[in-house]
Write a protein that binds this ligand. Structure first.
Ligand SMILES: N[C@@H](CCC(=O)N[C@@H](CS)C(=O)NCC(=O)O)C(=O)O
Length: 225
């Protein structure tokens, strides 16, 4: 039996969703973030040394890192799914699949994480004489690095979705599942804006999937920010 070590409001929502798409039986073990620091509780480090979520256990196998979990589940159980969730390797769609699977964590998440951190720096309580300096540095990093990168990436994703209905081509795949977290986080942290009708329409389509909704029921309330 697969166990998803699920942290509230986290990337492990994607793993629940993939398992629902695959129609697999699984258990959910819940972990709650510390309300102040938002960090995972120390128990999670008993499953994997980094103590981050998602992590799954399948018998005596533990797999961490969202993209690696997606690959493990597809390699091990993909044949049980009634619809393929990964295009054939070595094809144009197979290359697109691999690209977006890595892009989600490797390229899309870093500026989103920086936005979260620098917005927090600017709004955190601090001695009055430090405030203008901290806010000034934060505003500069956001303006010169984070926001231009976010915009470039969102424009690129939007453009790709004008060529194909889904990230890896004409069919829904696990690349869409992996991309859901950065797109939801971008919508919550930065706003998608008027220039992204395709991305917004794609978000509507993924949110309407039965497996997405079932995963929300299994994982509990989920705030995208
Ligand atoms: N790239 C990793 C990121 C893992 C990660 O940072 N997870 C966050 C939740 S979304 C976490 O566990 N945060 C709590 C903590 O760092 O203590 C993945 O995709 O699995």
């Amino acid at each position: 039996m697969i166990t998803v070590h699920h942290l509230n409001n986290s990337r492990s929502q994607r793993v629940l969703w993939l398992l629902e798409e695959l129609g697999l039986d699984f258990k959910v073990k819940r972990y709650e973030r510390d309300a102040k620091t938002m960090l995972a509780p120390p128990e999670l480090a008993r499953v994997h040394p980094l103590g981050k979520s998602p992590v799954i256990t399948d018998g005596n196998i533990a797999v961490a890192e969202s993209g690696a979990i997606v690959e493990y589940l597809l390699d091990t159980y993909g044949h049980l799914s009634s619809v393929p969730l990964r295009p054939e390797r070595g094809t144009p769609d197979g290359r697109r699949f691999s690209y977006w699977l890595h892009f989600a964590e490797g390229s899309a998440m870093p500026p989103l994480l920086m936005k979260l951190v620098f917005d927090k720096v600017a709004s955190s309580p601090m001695p009055f004489f430090v405030k203008p300096i901290a806010r000034g540095i934060s505003a500069k990093v956001l303006k010169t690095f984070v926001e231009p990168n976010l915009k470039r990436q969102l424009d690129f994703m939007e453009d790709e979705l004008t060529k194909n209905a889904w990230f890896a081509g004409d069919a829904f795949s696990a690349a869409d599942i992996q991309m859901s977290f950065p797109v939801e986080a971008a919508a919550a942290r930065a706003g998608l804006g008027e220039g992204t009708p395709r991305l917004q329409e794609w978000l509507g389509r993924i949110h309407a999937r039965h497996a997405y909704r079932r995963a929300l029921e299994r994982g509990g309330p989920y705030a995208y920010a």
